[in-house]
Each structure stands twice: as C-alpha cells, then as structure tokens.
Design a protein around this ligand. Structure first.
Ligand SMILES: NC(=O)c1ccc[n+]([C@@H]2O[C@H](COP(=O)([O-])OP(=O)(O)OC[C@H]3O[C@@H](n4cnc5c(N)ncnc54)[C@H](O)[C@@H]3O)[C@@H](O)[C@H]2O)c1
Length: 312
C-alpha cells in the first residue's frame, strides 16, 4: 500500500511512518516542520518520502496524496493555550487543512484516519467517556477537532470516502518532545527525574488522565485504515483501556523507572485543566478489534529507558 502521513515529522506521525515502513508499505510524509523535527524523529526511516509543505496549501496536499490508498492525518496545531490566543490560525490549519486533506482523499480514492482529541469532551459528569456523550469543547483547539470529525463523517456520507476519527487520550512514548513550552507531562517528568531537576505539578496532582502508549495508538491507526463498513464515518475513542492514572501516581512511576525521585514543586492549577479523563473504548474494541496492550508502568519504563539511552 502507499500511504500519506500528515504530521510525519511529529511525535505520533513519525511512529506511524516507522511502523508502516517496517511493514513494507510505501510512505509519503507531509509536514511543514513548524513543530516536528525530521532530522531526529525520522532519522532511522530514510525510506519515507518527506514533502515539506503546509496543510493550508490545497495543491501541495493534493500532490502529496496522489496515488495513495490511505491518509493518516496527524498534522495540526495542538497547543490548547495557544489556540485561545490565536484562534484564526488554529481554524486555518486544523479545519481548512483537514478540508484540504479530505478533498485530496476524494481525488485520490484514499481512506482517511483523523487524529482527533479527547478535548472535544470538555467537562463531563459521567465517566468513562463514551462517544455518545454530547461534546463540550472548551477551547478553539477542541472546537477545531470537533469540526474535523464532522467533516470526516460528512465525507463518508456525501462522497463515500471511508473515514474514521480516533479520539486520542494523552498519548506518550519515545520521541515525545520534552522541550517545548507546552510539553506533555510524561516527557517533562522523565527529563526531570533523569536530570535531577524539579518536576512541576500543576494543582494538587490528583487530576487523573487516560495515558495511552504510542504503540497502541499506532495499532489503532492501522486497524482504522482498514475499518469495516460499520466503523466508517464514525468517531472512536482510542484510550489506554485501563483505569486512569493521577499525576502524582505518574511521577512516582517515572521516579521508580528512572531510579531517582526528585521532590516536586506544586504550582497553581492551569486554567481549564479538567479533573479526570477516562475513555470507554468498547466501541473501538467491537468495531476495529482495538485492544491496547501497554499498561502505564510498562509504557513509562520503555519511555524512560529510551530517554536515558538517548541522553547517555
Ligand atoms: N499527543 C497527544 O497526546 C495527542 C492527543 C490528542 C490528539 N492529538 C493529535 O494527534 C496529532 C499528532 O500529535 P503529536 O503529539 O504527534 O503532535 P506533533 O506536534 O509532534 O506533530 C504534529 C505535526 O504537524 C506539523 N504541522 C503543524 N502545522 C502544520 C501545517 N500547517 N502543515 C503541515 N504540517 C503541520 C508539525 O510540524 C508537527 O510535526 C495532532 O493532530 C494532535 O492534535 C495528539
């Protein structure tokens, strides 16, 4: 198969490329390199034909998709606080860009898997989160993901383009960037424990998240790319499949794996931080056969080992 991975130089996109190449597929990557680092993330997969382009450029997206059987659409602006400051740019990249991907898919006859986000749920009263719940996006970022899901659904119903939207829940693993201003909690904690710097916990640390190891997310994509008829057009949760982990528990796990437990510093909770996130994955299990394998302690250990090997 020939596949296009948008956001190929990023965290999740680069893992998808690696797995697809290992399975013998022809892989085209598309990324504007605004966040992703191809030299680091794609260094071991020179087989990927990387196109440097912007999602907002419909012609560039269409050219990259030519001859592709499937598109795994992961390029996006993804910082929630930045989306509050720059909503226009987020709509342009995440909504207009997704439209460009769908137009290209229709032209090429390709299926599309869309990287959506648990943030579309916003605050809910009942857990675990089911796809049947009314979405309550709180940020422009979450709203763009919800709009993307709606476009995906409509492309299946209007044009017969097979689409699946996967809602991700705190994906983590090797190659996740610890350095950016909005870095995710696991790479921040891993760096702190390995270097002996102070890990920062926002709020009381009792907020719980459904951490999902990258290999399980990659598997969900491969299953979604060949989704049966019953799954097409749908939104499916791709969570970790276990009870959520609090931020305090997470730091303890990272400390054990790193063999170093620095004292955390507690800072005020970040605005808009939800208390709990937990996916009901029964629909993805039923329709795709999605069966996440990596528990949090194992995934943290693998992430710490990778970071330690890279640093040392
Ligand atoms: N990591 C998570 O926990 C998580 C959770 C929910 C959803 N997601 C979604 O999964 C996808 C991948 O996330 P990630 O963590 O790998 O992020 P990432 O930032 O590492 O990767 C995104 C890639 O998109 C590229 N990009 C950004 N704007 C672009 C544009 N205009 N044109 C072309 N490329 C552009 C960036 O350079 C980057 O390489 C995103 O759509 C994100 O919203 C991720």
């Amino acid at each position: 198969m020939r596949l296009l991975v948008t956001g190929a130089a990023g965290f999740i996109g680069s893992h998808l490329c690696r797995r697809l190449v290992a399975e013998g597929h022809e892989v085209v990557g598309f990324d504007d390199l605004s966040e992703g680092n191809a030299q680091v993330n794609l260094a071991d997969v020179p087989e990927v034909k990387l196109v440097a382009g912007d999602l907002r450029d419909a012609e560039a997206v269409a050219a990259a998709a030519t001859g592709c059987d499937a598109i795994l659409h992961h390029a996006a602006r993804k910082s929630v606080p930045r989306s509050v400051r720059e909503p226009e740019a987020f709509v342009e990249v995440n909504v207009r860009g997704t439209l460009n991907v769908l137009l290209a898919a229709r032209e090429a006859g390709a299926s599309v898997v869309f990287a959506s986000s648990s943030s579309v749920y916003g605050d809910q009263e009942v857990y675990p989160l089911s796809e049947s719940f009314e979405p309550r996006p709180r940020s422009p970022y979450a709203a763009t993901k919800l709009a993307g899901e709606a476009l995906m659904r409509s492309w299946w119903h209007s044009y017969g383009v097979p689409t699946v939207s996967l809602r991700y829940f705190n994906v983590y693993g090797p190659f996740q960037d610890p350095a950016s201003e909005y870095a995710a909690v696991i790479p921040r904690f891993v760096t702190a424990c390995l270097t002996g710097s102070t890990p920062v916990i926002y709020g009381d640390g009792e907020q719980a998240r459904d951490f999902t190891f990258i290999d399980d997310v990659v598997e969900a994509n491969l299953l979604a790319a060949r989704a049966p008829q019953a799954a097409r057009g749908l939104v499916l949760n791709a969570g970790g499949g276990r009870e959520p982990t609090t931020v305090n528990e997470l730091l303890a796990l990272v400390a054990v794996a790193a063999g170093n437990a620095p004292e955390p510093r507690f800072e005020p909770a970040r605005e808009g931080d939800i208390r709990r996130s937990h996916a009901d994955i029964s629909l993805a299990r039923e329709l795709l056969g999605y069966d996440p394998k990596v528990a949090i302690d194992e995934g943290v250990r693998r992430t710490v080992d990778w970071s330690a090997a890279r640093a040392g």
